[in-house]
Design a protein around this ligand. Structure first.
Ligand code: SF4
Length: 149
């Protein structure tokens, strides 16, 4: 049990490398949620959190986790947010946390492909520099079998 100034919609997952990161929940669940081997978000119906509520969460987190160097955007594939929607979140993180080393999130390949090169460059400039992508396999037959999409 740990103290947190905000209420998370559980369960929340993060990569091991984000153990010391502040976690900002911008989506609930995974927009795909169909991989045959994955139970992570089966208890949640995917939805995007209200951006104004996310911005309030960031203020609370930054007031408690002073000096934190990394921020992880949850849930499953937070990078599904459009560039237009993710930009105010990144701006708020930079404004509230100050000198941040990096922001990261889970992503599906289509979340990246849906953004233009220019949008991706701008997102990176705002600090979102690391995306975790579960490739699982390069074998087409197996991808179909596990319904990876
Ligand atoms: S994309 Fe990732 S989180 Fe979503 S169902 Fe597949 S393995 Fe699970």
């Amino acid at each position: 049990m740990f103290f947190t100034p905000i209420k998370y919609d559980e369960p929340v997952f993060r990569p091991p490398a984000e153990a010391r990161s502040a976690i900002v929940q911008v989506t609930f669940g995974c927009s795909w949620n169909q991989c045959a081997f994955c139970e992570m978000y089966t208890s949640k119906k995917f939805r995007v959190k209200n951006i104004e509520d996310v911005k309030k969460d960031i203020i609370k987190l930054a007031s408690i986790y002073r000096g934190v160097k990394k921020v992880f955007l949850a849930d499953g594939n937070a990078f599904v947010l459009s560039a237009k929607n993710i930009t105010p979140v990144l701006n708020q993180i930079n404004e509230q946390f100050g000198k941040i080393q990096r922001i990261s999130s889970y992503a599906l390949p289509k979340d990246i492909l849906s953004k233009s090169d220019q949008e991706l460059k701008e997102i990176r400039t705002l600090g979102l520099k690391l995306l975790y992508i579960g490739i699982e396999t390069g074998d087409d037959e197996l991808l179909k079998l596990i319904h990876k999409g």
